[in-house]
Ligand binder design. Structure first.
Ligand SMILES: Nc1ncnc2c1ncn2[C@@H]1O[C@H](COP(=O)(O)OP(=O)(O)O)[C@@H](O)[C@H]1O
Ligand SMILES: [Mg+2]
Length: 416
């Protein structure tokens, strides 16, 4: 079951919000409403957040991110639409049930984390537990553990003003973690930090997430942060969700011109991974003859080489189409199985390797790269051509042919 389900949610502020929703549903634009003193902060948002994922909501300032987030924990009620938390409709909960859920199941981390200046770090980290009414001993133990998780062991008795901005933000994170809420809502939590510290916090969050498997909704206006953190990303524009997808989805297939222009400057080599560009490999076994290998290669027009795989699915070598063809038609002394023909200087990589990380391995071989899983089994293939194409700009079609002075348009040439 999805952790959160957001169904056609609208939030309209100002005069006659319900009527605003009806007008939006009828095709009115955000700007038209604004002229009448009504703000459409969130317009027809629908998406799900799955348990254990980091779901990033990204958009420029004013695009409706914070409003959306506040509806996820019931701090704001949608003007229209539903939010389900663990399958329960938040609007149907009593205010007591809602408060209870907010204190136990959801934690929020804000941009400017307000630490209490006259409480030490431990007491600050334990605050959420105090709200829950937990006994002192449990509070201190869990807050101590949470502080250790965020790298602040030893700072328990310090005062907030003895901490750097980054460390204060970590106390905020520790406070959220100490409650053992399984959903964290983070609104621009790292936006006030210096770039290096910010990157550090992002990495630390990813590391924590590997251990804790929380469900995290993370808001940011920073595209690089979104791409770095998000398992999936929702791109918001003017109150609407323009696209939901993985970083690779958004880079490779932007939903519209807005998203495309938003992501055009992203360093693809650091976002796209081997897994996002790999193709299905053609495989043969070592004992295969050239006839079988040729038939296998014929099934895939794009494949000019096949991987030879062992009994566990592990790649042991490659054979090219030419080698197979030569063995098939050329004069040879028989006995040409794939094991005899194959080149064995394979270069393998994991699906998570970024394209930047593939460049060095790719430069060491003329063969396609083998993508393998944790058990060494072959899961995909990346040709040099595919790698170079992905590093270029795949959002546009292939460059139009140079038509010289003939005056022909690309379309005429293409249809000629
Ligand atoms: N309580 C409110 N009353 C009226 N307008 C609001 C309120 N909260 C937010 N807005 C407006 O809704 C729009 C979206 O705001 P917000 O959700 O804060 O965007 P973001 O977090 O993406 O910067 C903005 O135009 C903002 O002025
Ligand atoms: Mg905001």
């Amino acid at each position: 079951m999805s952790k959160l389900v957001i169904e056609q949610v609208f939030k309209v502020f100002g005069r006659k919000p319900k009527e605003g929703v009806r007008r939006l549903q009828g095709g009115a634009q955000r700007q038209e409403l604004r002229e009448g003193g009504t703000t459409a902060a969130v317009i027809d948002a629908s998406f799900t957040v799955e348990p254990g994922e980091i779901f990033v909501v990204m958009g420029l300032s004013g695009s409706g991110k914070s409003t959306l987030l506040r509806m996820l924990n019931g701090l704001l009620e949608p003007t229209s639409g539903r939010v389900l938390f663990d399958g329960r409709d938040l609007t149907a909960l009593s205010s007591k049930a809602l408060r209870d859920m907010r204190s136990r199941q959801i934690s929020m981390v804000f941009q400017h984390f307000a630490l209490f200046p006259h409480r030490n770090v431990l007491e600050n980290a334990a605050y959420g537990l105090e709200v829950q009414g937990r006994p002192r001993e449990e509070r201190e133990q869990r807050a101590t553990e949470a502080l250790a998780l965020v790298g602040l062991a030893g700072w328990e008795r310090s005062w907030p003003d003895e901490l750097s901005g980054g460390m204060q933000q970590r106390v905020g994170l520790a406070r959220a973690l100490a409650t053992e809420a399984d959903v964290l809502l983070m609104d621009e939590s790292f936006s006030a930090l210096d770039p290096l510290i910010r990157r550090d916090m992002q990495d630390q969050l990813l590391e924590l997430q590997q251990r804790l498997h929380k469900t995290i909704v993370f808001i940011t206006h920073d595209l690089n942060e979104a791409m770095h953190l998000g398992d999936r990303i929702a791109v918001m524009r003017d109150g609407r969700i323009a696209q939901v997808g993985t970083a690779a989805d958004i880079l490779v297939a932007p939903a519209d011109d807005y998203v495309a222009s938003f992501v055009q400057d992203v360093d693809r080599s650091r976002v796209l991974t081997a897994g996002s560009i790999m193709a299905e490999p053609v495989t043969v076994t070592p004992a295969c003859g050239p006839d079988v290998a040729m038939r296998a290669l014929d099934t895939d027009d794009d494949a000019h080489a096949a991987f030879v795989v062992g009994p566990g699915g592990e790649p042991v070598g490659t054979v090219t189409e030419e080698q197979v063809s030569e063995a098939l038609h050329g004069h040879h002394d028989g006995g040409h199985t794939m094991a005899d023909l194959m080149a064995t200087d394979l270069v393998t990589t994991g699906a998570d390797t970024t394209l930047a990380g593939l460049l060095t391995p790719a430069s060491r071989t003329t063969l396609p790269l083998a993508v393998v899983d944790e058990t060494g089994r072959l899961t995909g293939v990346i040709s040099t051509g595919a790698l170079l194409a992905a590093l270029g700009d795949p959002s546009g079609p292939a460059a139009a042919p140079d038509c010289g002075d003939s005056g022909a348009t690309a379309k005429e040439v293409a249809s000629a």
